[in-house]
Design a protein. Structure first.
Length: 279
């Protein structure tokens, strides 16, 4: 007999999202925003040129639910905000005692973003060493959802002791992603530990019209495509050998660092490069 049940909704295809850190930066008013563009409409403009933005302000202070709702309404459908979790949850001697701070951040109104809530980035101090028991206790505190909105967690670790098989195994057990940052100042390793990729690219160049050299743009694009298709680029620094090919995955590429004034240009150049050719 025919069924009247509606077909199950299919999961969205894995995507490559590209963006920058924040949307308020004085030099961008010379080379990104149109001349005379109102400051109170900068998010409106940036969110239509990029596909994601990492919010740094949530690391330093607690935002109100109304603020998250305002950001949600100003950005178009399909856009996402990644949020840095509040520093009070991560800048502590004993991470296992962070439960109250973790919950306070998650309950601060981030669910107002709804489908526009991207990954949550937990940034640790450069002096924070890897302690397997304590870090494992911290990971166990991270909720899978808030207000019915799924949460995806990224570990931004900044001490050399995290470059260890023990850390990789722990992060994989908890299903959290590790941020890959191109940096000479922090440990840089591209081992995948979670179901999606989160990478900070520090290649924006002041002397490039598009904000990034063509050869570098091609390299970044190739890495993004390989990650999305379930593979791993062969020429990136890592702690352990690449894992076997996996299912396609979401990829988040942030141009943060380098010549910040050129970060939006570099992000838009990558987005154009990744567009399929016109028929």
């Amino acid at each position: 007999m025919p069924s009247n049940a509606a077909p199950a909704a299919s999961a969205p295809a894995p995507s490559i999202r590209v963006g920058v850190g924040g949307w308020t930066f004085e030099p961008w008013r010379d080379n990104f925003y149109p001349a005379g563009w109102p400051k109170d409409r900068e998010l409106e403009y940036a969110s239509r040129k990029l596909s994601m933005i990492e919010v740094n302000g949530t690391y330093y202070s607690t935002q109100k639910p109304a603020t998250f709702a305002k950001w949600r309404d100003e950005a178009p459908e399909g856009f996402v905000f990644s949020l840095k979790a509040n520093r009070f949850a991560t800048n502590r001697r004993v991470l296992a005692e962070a439960g109250e701070s973790v919950q306070r951040f998650c309950d601060s109104g981030i669910a107002e973003l709804g489908p526009k809530l991207g990954p949550i980035v937990w940034q640790f101090a450069p002096t924070k060493r890897f302690d397997e028991a304590d870090f494992g206790a911290f990971l166990a505190l991270l909720p899978a959802q808030v207000g019915g909105v799924p949460l995806r967690h990224v570990m931004d670790v900044r001490h050399e002791t995290f470059k260890s098989p023990a850390y990789l195994a722990l992060a994989r057990r908890h299903g959290v992603t590790t941020c890959f940052t191109e940096s000479d100042d922090y440990p840089s390793f591209a081992d995948l530990t979670g179901p999606f990729v989160y990478a900070r690219v520090m290649r924006a160049a002041a002397d490039q019209l598009e904000g990034i050299a063509p050869a570098v743009l091609a390299q970044v694009a190739a890495c993004a495509v390989a990650w999305r298709e379930g593979g791993e680029p062969a020429d990136l620094p890592r702690v352990a050998p690449p894992q076997p090919a996996a299912a396609p995955r979401d990829v988040h590429i942030l141009f943060i660092g380098g010549a910040k004034e050129k970060a939006p240009a570099a992000a838009m150049a990558l987005m154009r490069h990744l567009q399929p050719p016109a028929p």
